[in-house]
Design a protein around this ligand. Structure first.
Ligand SMILES: [Zn+2]
Ligand SMILES: [Zn+2]
Ligand SMILES: [Zn+2]
Ligand SMILES: [Zn+2]
Length: 283
């Protein structure tokens, strides 16, 4: 049969267009400008950051409201995890103590039996006439002897070994989760950013009056919080050692670059392709 246009459904294999439509297997999408977070977008609520805008030491922008709520939530989670861990440790210690006590009791029991003349023999080894009596006196054997022998199939679900749910150690401190790698976040290290905003909402560089975009490198001076484009910072601010706006003394180590996800063009960097891995049957 001759193939006729895309509506051919009689084929035994998918066309390229059909395979794309199924969303089956690993998917790759090229990310455009719309998929990128703007440099002045709060990484927690994903909206344009509301004043007061805070900046962490690695250049992640957030609203103060969002970052404070995030810190509080993480602190509560850490406290909860610590409590869980403590409870688990207490339970483990109690269990160990109980096992030790049971072991001691067994030891004392067998010692007493030896004292009164009954030999502490395991069932089945020697002494045919005395074995049965000793076994009866020894009482029930610990589980795991003959009962397990009856069930020889290892795939019986009830015989599968179980691991006790272990409480995990909490994160050592509050973390900023904005970047690819988490880093410690401390409230007193946050810098309040001061943008110069135009009437249309654009953020402007106070020095050269250019609109700041994801493609421009935006630097924030940590002591005063003024956001200035990188070119002006390297030319004027670091040259004179003072902020262009408020004349606050600054040095090179006070400059924090605002993290931006790029523009969707290869030239402005950032992650360009998103991949969703999926196992698919290969025909
Ligand atoms: Zn926010
Ligand atoms: Zn950060
Ligand atoms: Zn500038
Ligand atoms: Zn300043």
């Amino acid at each position: 049969m001759v193939r006729h246009s895309k509506n051919n459904t009689a084929s035994s294999v998918f066309t390229y267009a059909e395979r794309k439509m199924t969303e089956y297997g690993t998917q790759r999408r090229r990310l455009g400008h719309d998929a990128k977070r703007s440099f002045d977008t709060c990484y927690l609520c994903l909206r344009t950051a509301r004043a007061p805008i805070m900046l962490c030491t690695q250049g992640h922008v957030s609203c103060r409201e969002c970052v404070l709520a995030g810190i509080l939530e993480q602190k509560q989670a850490i406290a909860r995890a610590e409590q869980r861990l403590e409870k688990q440790q207490q339970k483990d210690a109690a269990e160990r103590q109980q096992q030790q006590r049971a072991r001691d009791e067994r030891e004392i029991d067998s010692h007493e039996r030896r004292q009164v003349g009954l030999r502490d023999k395991r069932p089945g080894d020697g002494e045919p006439h005395d074995g049965k009596r000793a076994r009866l006196l020894a009482g029930p054997r610990p589980a795991g002897g003959s009962e397990k022998k009856a069930l020889t199939s290892f795939w019986i679900p009830s015989m599968a070994p179980t691991a006790a749910a272990a409480a995990k150690a909490p994160a050592p401190s509050v973390q900023c989760l904005a970047g690819a790698e988490a880093h410690p976040l401390r409230l007193k290290e946050l810098v309040e950013v001061r943008f110069r905003t135009a009437a249309n909402g654009d953020r402007l560089c106070p020095s050269c009056d250019r609109a700041l975009r994801n493609s421009s490198k935006v630097d924030v001076l940590a002591p005063c919080g003024h956001a200035i484009c990188h070119r002006c910072v390297s030319t004027f601010v670091l040259g004179s050692g003072a902020c262009f706006v408020c004349q606050h003394k600054v040095s090179a180590k006070d400059v924090i670059r605002i993290d931006s996800e790029g523009t969707g063009f290869a030239a402005a960097g950032g992650q360009m392709v998103a991949t969703r891995y999926d196992s698919a049957l290969q025909a």
